[in-house]
Design a protein around this ligand. Structure first.
Ligand SMILES: *[C@@H]1O[C@H](CO)[C@@H](O)[C@H](O)[C@H]1NC(C)=O
Ligand SMILES: *[C@@H]1O[C@H](CO)[C@@H](O)[C@H](O)[C@H]1NC(C)=O
Ligand SMILES: *[C@@H]1O[C@H](CO)[C@@H](O)[C@H](O)[C@H]1NC(C)=O
Ligand SMILES: *[C@@H]1O[C@H](CO)[C@@H](O)[C@H](O)[C@H]1NC(C)=O
Ligand SMILES: *[C@@H]1O[C@H](CO)[C@@H](O)[C@H](O)[C@H]1NC(C)=O
Ligand SMILES: *[C@@H]1O[C@H](CO)[C@@H](O)[C@H](O)[C@H]1NC(C)=O
Length: 689
């Protein structure tokens, strides 16, 4: 009887799983120009897509001679892209592909948020002053696609803001723990997207960070605890553009792929065509090369770097050696305490301080050395505390990056070189000791410096464009924090805070979105490409000690390269007055796509318009009028000459003259013609090569 039940269950599971495997959620891209005129007005393409879907349902049920559930239309996309999302079987996709106007079916994908999942704590109870700055960018609307928002937060007070711009078409919808009355003159829109129920597992923590300027914020919640589904993200981008945002801020991404199969890239192109500036995080997969995400040239790709602020500690060993580290722990210095590590703390696995690995008898009252890996950084501290340890030295096995974490006991993070010295010292003596001193917040450290985790170029799909584009503060950033979550995210931690310290390119991206909003409010007529150019050409590459920006992901923190920081660190002051800009027209982008040898249908997928690639000229990707360029000398190329063209537009003073200055990379000689550019009026364009 039991056996029969089991078999029955097995059989059931088997049918269920084939049914599940059988259908996937797809984004179906459609050629807008092929939609019958009847369905052209906004909102009416839904009927057309429903008719299409019904036709393929009939088709597949005849074919299979069995009842198949009618595919559900999840989303209709009309603004940033054209098409819809639906759950479909292979056969249904096959049938759809024969319909006039079908461009591509791209399976849904989960993207990840670019936070480091290592939020850090600061005991700030009020954000006075920070968010109540001047009213400069109040006419600019930034759409944030993220995990959501904690509306009661002091950061989102709207004191002093003028009325919501009348052109705003967005809405405040109710969501989990969010009601339309939570919107005000600061948060002017809030919508949540989760049609694909499989992705919906409750509310994740929301934190809008880095937006220092008083731009209006519209929040589109697309990320849930499992990640951010592409179909939801596209619906949110589509809606945000229709709502009237000026800037889109996306701190998420997936694998790098050709732009025609990258929905985020195609939707961003659509947004750019509607005058929306799109800023995306580069990702937290560094320091390995070619890890950068979101590399389309119409996207601003943002890396993450340190600021001059740190939360310093000093560790002094019994032999007199000292090391500096970071921690948000802010108590008194520890006494000189015995060290326990690995074998002397419980055994081999004790070096990672994972749950159950530490021996209470061995670690009681001691400073325990824990290596990074296996579990979270604050979780290691929790284990040491549970085992009766008095403190923790958290050491890297690679790289010199240290994190200011909200530890639950006296603890500090240290780089790999300190880690090696500590291990040698522990080996060299019977009774190793150490102490930690907490210096609190210090300013004036050498900065900026590239974070090891910040994703690196070159882009593997379009190496002629340098990615990332710029870097911005992304370490130890003060951000609004929902008071219902503990700052360390540990269950045993009962602290509740309004602000937290967070790291990731998810923090640097909103900084750049804020700067773009600022530029947009000063220069209303600038295209997204013009704003991007201004931010890139005014970026700097030297740190506050006048040395090249260092790279914490490189051995001995040597100088960072453009594949870490692109054009450099953003510079808000000079970005508002760049003098010249490299503008990019739609036709420039189309020619660029032609130069990548895209087929005409791939071209339509990205640009949503048909375009005949010029066949009488040779197009090179490097000729895109981009504010930076890379030249690829394949293999051991010798004595090769490459020529690229650029157009610059005068946005400075009407009569002005510019002279060229070149710093040649080793082994390369560069000739720029002409050497002098003389402009007679504003908006004038001149060509260089
Ligand atoms: C410490 O000693 C152990 C065993 O004697 C050895 O395996 C290890 O490599 C030593 N570590 C260092 C950093 O010297
Ligand atoms: C947190 O818990 C500790 C002991 O577990 C207690 O002493 C402290 O008062 C609690 N703090 C808050 C804010 O509840
Ligand atoms: C850049 O090009 C766009 C369209 O291609 C145009 O609208 C804009 O005026 C140009 N100049 C600037 C400074 O944005
Ligand atoms: C495009 O095709 C041409 C001709 O085959 C080739 O020379 C060129 O390298 C290709 N470009 C790219 C980006 O693949
Ligand atoms: C280039 O395009 C034109 C018109 O589109 C066509 O007539 C011509 O044959 C093409 N030339 C080549 C070399 O493909
Ligand atoms: C490099 O090539 C150019 C022409 O392509 C030639 O004039 C020059 O002599 C070459 N230089 C060397 C060092 O081979």
């Amino acid at each position: 009887m039991i056996l029969r039940m089991c078999l029955l269950l097995l059989a059931l599971t088997a049918t269920l799983s084939t049914a599940l495997i059988d259908k996937h959620t797809y984004v179906i891209h459609m050629d807008k120009t092929k939609i019958p005129a009847l369905y052209h007005s906004p909102g009416s393409s839904k009927q057309w897509y429903e008719a299409i879907i019904n036709s393929v349902t009939e088709f597949s049920s005849q074919e299979e001679e069995e009842e198949t559930a009618s595919p559900q239309l999840l989303y209709v996309y009309e603004t940033a892209i054209s098409g819809f999302a639906a759950k479909l079987s292979k056969e249904q996709v096959e049938a759809l592909s024969k319909i006039n106007g079908f461009l591509a079916a791209i399976p849904d994908e989960m993207l990840t948020l670019h936070t480091t999942h290592t939020p850090q704590f600061l005991g700030l109870q009020s954000g006075k002053g920070l968010w109540n700055a001047q009213n400069l960018a109040s006419d600019v609307i930034v759409g944030i696609l993220d995990t959501g928002i904690w509306p009661e937060h002091v950061s989102f007070k709207d004191t002093g803001l003028s009325a919501v711009p009348s052109r705003w078409k967005g809405a405040c919808e109710s969501g989990t723990k969010f009601s339309p009355s939570n919107c005000n003159k600061k948060i002017i829109g809030a919508r949540a997207f989760f049609k694909d129920q499989a992705n919906f597992f409750g509310l994740a923590n929301g934190a809008a960070a880095g937006m220092k300027y008083t731009a209006r914020i519209a929040v589109y919640k697309v990320c849930w605890s499992l990640g951010c589904a592409n179909t939801d993200l596209l619906a949110a981008m589509d809606q945000a553009v229709a709502d009237g945002v000026d800037v889109l801020s996306l701190s998420l991404g997936g694998r790098e792929k050709p732009f025609y199969s990258d929905d985020l890239a195609t939707a961003s192109f659509g947004a750019t065509q509607n005058g929306v500036f799109v800023s995306c995080s580069a990702g937290n997969s560094g320091p390995s090369s070619s890890t950068v995400a979101n590399t389309a040239p119409w996207i601003m790709t943002v890396a993450a770097s340190y600021t001059d602020r740190s939360f310093s500690t000093t560790v002094k060993l019994g032999n007199g050696q000292t090391f500096s580290g970071s921690s948000l722990y802010s108590g008194k210095a520890t006494k000189k305490l015995p060290i326990a590590y690995g074998r002397t703390a419980g055994g081999q696995s004790a070096r990672y301080c994972i749950s159950g690995s530490l021996n209470k008898k061995l670690v009681r009252g001691k400073l325990v050395v824990c290596e990074r890996g296996m579990n979270g950084r604050t979780a290691k501290g929790e284990q040491v505390k549970l085992a009766g340890g008095a403190g923790m030295l958290l050491i890297n096995t690679q790289g010199e990056e240290h994190f200011a974490d909200p530890h639950v006991l006296p603890a500090t993070s240290l780089g790999a070189s300190a880690g090696i010295a500590i291990k040698e010292y522990v080996n060299s003596t019977k009774r190793p000791t150490a102490s930690i001193t907490f210096k609190g917040t210090t300013y004036g450290n050498r900065a900026p410096a590239m974070a090891a985790f910040s994703s690196r170029g070159p882009s593997s799909v379009a190496p002629e464009v340098i990615k990332p584009d710029v870097t911005a503060p992304g370490l130890n950033i003060l951000a609004a924090w929902p008071p219902l979550s503990s700052p360390s995210l540990l269950k045993s931690d009962n602290r509740s805070v309004l602000f937290n310290i967070i790291s990731g390119t998810s923090m640097s991206c909103p900084h750049v979105s804020g700067l773009a909003a600022l530029l947009k409010s000063i220069h209303k007529d600038w295209s997204p490409a013009a704003i991007k150019s201004a931010l890139m050409t005014s970026a700097y590459v030297l740190d506050n000690s006048n040395a090249p920006i260092a790279d914490f992901g490189a051995k001995n923190s040597v100088s960072a390269t453009p594949f870490a920081f692109g054009s450099g660190h953003v510079n808000p002051e000079s970005a508002s007055d760049p003098g010249l800009i490299y503008n990019i027209t739609t036709e420039d982008y189309l020619n660029y796509l032609c130069s990548l040898n895209y087929t005409s249908s791939q071209l339509v997928l990205v640009s949503r318009r048909s375009f005949r690639c010029p066949n009488n000229t040779i197009l090179q990707p490097g000729d895109l009028n981009y504010p930076s360029f890379a030249v690829n000398f394949e293999g051991n190329a010798k004595n090769i000459t490459k020529t690229y063209n650029r157009r610059v537009t005068n946005v400075g003073t009407s009569q002005s003259t510019y002279a060229v200055q070149v710093q040649e990379p080793n082994g390369v000689s560069i000739i720029i013609q002409p050497k002098i550019l003389s402009f007679q009026k504003l908006g004038e364009e001149l060509i260089t090569m």
